[in-house]
Design a protein around this ligand. Sequence first.
Ligand SMILES: Cc1cc2nc3c(=O)[nH]c(=O)nc-3n(C[C@H](O)[C@H](O)[C@H](O)COP(=O)(O)OP(=O)(O)OC[C@H]3O[C@@H](n4cnc5c(N)ncnc54)[C@H](O)[C@@H]3O)c2cc1C
Ligand code: SF4
Ligand code: SF4
Length: 497
Amino acid sequence: MGAGPASLTVARDLAPHGYRCVVFDGDPKAGGMMRTQIPKFRLPDRVIDEECGYVLDLGVEFRAGTRVDSMAALLAEGYDAVFVGSGAPRGRDLDIPGRREAAKRIHIGIDWLSSVSFGHTTSIGKRVVVLGGGNTAMDCCRSARRLGGEEVHVVVRSGFDEMKASPWEKEDAAHEGIPIHNFLVPKAFLHEHGILRGITFDKVEARYDSKGRRELVPTGEPEVRFECDDVIVAVGQENAFPWIERGLGIEFDRHGMPVVDKATMASTRPGVFFGGDAAFGPKNIIWAVAHGHDAAISIDRHCRGEDVGKRPPPTFLLVSQKMGIHEWSYDNAITSDKRNRVPLKDTVIALKDIRQEVELGFDARLAFAEAQRCLNCDVETVFADRLCIECDACVDICPMDCITFTANGDEADLRTRLRAPAVDVSQDLYVSGTLKSARVMVKDEDVCLHCGLCAERCPTGAWDMKKAFIQMTHCGDVPRVHLPKLPAASAVAEAAE
Ligand SMILES: Cc1cc2nc3c(=O)[nH]c(=O)nc-3n(C[C@H](O)[C@H](O)[C@H](O)COP(=O)(O)OP(=O)(O)OC[C@H]3O[C@@H](n4cnc5c(N)ncnc54)[C@H](O)[C@@H]3O)c2cc1C
Ligand code: SF4
Ligand code: SF4
């Protein structure tokens, strides 16, 4: 149900195992909100076509332009399992004076964006106010700039730092000359004979009570007024399931959300699963994809008559990066280079055409420079206590003083006895088995640079730098693993160490 990222992932995982998958969507093309909401200047159609094509070409039947109006009727068709990935399609409205009278030029953000995406809306007034502080608001204001909005303002109830929009989305809006006004609560739409003229706001400030709870309190200053031709309301999204009849065994909570198991994606009716925005409210694409993978495992198990609660574990492997005594398969020089910004298209050109992709991406030189900043967090220091002769060479060379040989003790005590006291208690200590001198090696993982100097210096190979591979399980009996293979016995022994 639905051809967004959640459902497409389910189809992608099940189709190669011989399942006949049918995907229904009310829209004419696959992609869900990636196609109807995310503006083309951020995500062009050709990318969505290519990605969705990979899935649909697996032999998936796509019933485009087919809305499902009754879950009961769908279940009656006798599918072995149903996955609901219908998203969170309803935009919240703002019920303040003047809303009904000036309705013609007041738009609900996600409806307006899909109308723009389908080409039904191609222009907007010169003066636009966008209400809301999330990513949808950022997409609305930037789209409005491209459709004729010359003075576009974003107005938000809360403070700038509390806004839900990602920092880079706010940066991009600022880059396009869109001011963001904070701590203003909408009061009334102003209109003359049904024609929108503006909107007024009360000024508020944040106050915190003794428990740290924040409240927005009016400052008592005069109301703030914006003259405008259009207002776009982007103050949140909601789920809506008018097409799922009650009494089918699919339970909903008091907020109207389906009761869904977070691990299996199962609803309260066996054989019906939810995922993506439909399951737990609006989030993002990668989240929806993760739900799809989990649901596909469940559907596979359900169809085989197996317990969906039993989850196959992910695959984990540590592989040495040694290519010689002083050479690693990764570049371990430590630098403090700043992040490279993704180059953007010239704003004058970008603002002329809503389909003009803004981010140019890295060229080969910048991509290489950016990749060189990798901190190699996936390469771990692995210690084999049976090989250590306690020569202290690694202790001497470690630039961060993170290795200590000492008597064992409880964690709180150990933390104070390290060469550099381990103050971040959220980071585990790495404690070896007992060494020949009855001491242990203790390493403070928090400060390790993954520079590999300990492993280069160690005369016995007790330290090694190993890359960790984690492959989350996909559906099917055997997880699809594309990793270098170690002989089974040594893999087990090394993992134990
Ligand atoms: C403006 C905006 C910008 C966003 N930007 C980003 C971003 O930059 N990065 C990011 O990761 N996420 C972004 N998101 C969020 C992201 O788009 C969603 O989280 C994601 O698409 C959810 O995927 P889904 O598969 O759960 O549902 P959706 O993508 O919502 O797909 C649901 C599909 O189900 C169909 N459908 C619904 N009901 C029925 C029915 N009864 N019958 C038939 N078909 C039906 C709909 O037509 C739709 O195609 C954005 C969201 C919005 C609103
Ligand atoms: S990798 Fe570098 S920082 Fe980490 S323990 Fe070894 S020498 Fe110290
Ligand atoms: S350099 Fe190697 S052998 Fe020497 S103390 Fe460190 S781990 Fe042990």
